[in-house]
Ligand binder design. Structure first.
Ligand code: ATP
Length: 274
């Protein structure tokens, strides 16, 4: 349903920030977008939203060129959860989530009972309905991230773009946010999630897209794409991707090797050790 086709974007006369990027995302699928700082992840998300005008290529959603859609029409198709922000407005959680309904309201219309029910249902689905009456300034960072995902769900857009949704959260809250993402995927949303955590990409499953210096250097099933060689090349540091467990319990995990001169080769690890 989302197709990014030969997308190229550069600012002024600088080098491309996105250079011929191609990939697609289906409903009920998650794609983790991995890449070092400055690789172009946020730029890609903003280009998909239609906030940036590419010099070449296009983004299509259900065959429609995003550049031809109004902001309102685009907001019905794609919801965006930006990188963690501190709210200074003491808006109630339920009102913040209700803002997700904006694209569905008539000009100057106020949200009605149905909109409020949808907003509350999004909070319920993510297990945070008990926060509804609290000011956004009085909940934790992890709770805020989940509330922002609830706002995206209330928007009823089939595609969710998440920009580092687990950044600066403690481990428990990271797992809560990852759980919220998995339930959105299970509900049929297509999710593109920019992250600095390859382990989270493995946990989410689905596919991975590796972005380096403006180019997509790998795209495919996350279990195939995340290899020791690729991860070490991507981040410029030796990392081993090893298989942990056997049979249906087998999964890949990353282990950093800071003192290793060359990337360790992919090999199964001894489950008793890792
Ligand atoms: N508003 C801007 N004006 C000029 N250059 C920018 C602007 N925003 C980003 N850039 C540059 O574009 C490139 C890509 O930035 P982008 O934010 O997309 O990277 P990123 O992969 O999301 O990075 P990070 O992981 O650090 O968030 C970087 O070189 C960055 O310095």
């Amino acid at each position: 349903m989302l197709r990014v086709e030969d997308l190229t974007f550069r600012r002024r006369r600088g080098a491309p920030v996105l250079d011929g990027v191609n990939f697609s995302l289906a409903g009920g699928e998650v794609v983790s977008l991995l890449g070092p700082n400055g690789a172009g992840k946020t730029t890609l998300l903003r280009a998909i939203l239609g906030f940036l005008r590419p010099q070449a290529g296009r983004v299509r959603i259900d065959g429609e060129d995003v550049a031809r859609l109004s902001r309102r029409a685009a907001a019905r198709l794609v919801a965006y959860v930006p990188q963690a922000t501190q709210n200074t407005e003491p808006l109630k959680v339920r009102d913040l989530v209700l803002m997700g309904r904006t694209a569905h309201l008539g000009l100057l219309a106020m949200p009605g009972a149905e909109d409020r029910a949808m907003a509350f249902s999004a909070l319920e689905r993510l297990g945070v309905a008990h926060l509804a009456e609290r000011p956004v300034t009085a909940i934790s960072g992890g709770e805020r991230q989940i509330v922002l995902i609830a706002r995206a769900l209330a928007q009823e857009a089939r595609i969710l773009l998440l920009d580092e949704p687990t950044a600066s959260l403690d481990y428990g809250n990271q797992l809560k946010v990852l759980g919220a993402i998995r339930s959105a995927v299970a509900d049929g949303h297509g999710v593109l999630c920019a992250t600095h955590a390859p382990d989270h990409a493995l946990f989410l499953g689905g596919k991975a897209a590796l972005l380096k210096e403006a180019r997509l250097i790998a795209f495919g099933p996350v279990q195939d794409v995340l290899t020791s060689q690729r991860m070490s090349d991507l981040y410029g540091a030796p990392v081993a991707v090893v298989a942990h467990g056997t049979g249906s319990h087998a999964r890949k995990v990353l282990i950093p090797f800071p003192d290793h001169p060359v990337p360790p080769r992919d090999k199964p690890c001894d489950p008793s050790v890792c």
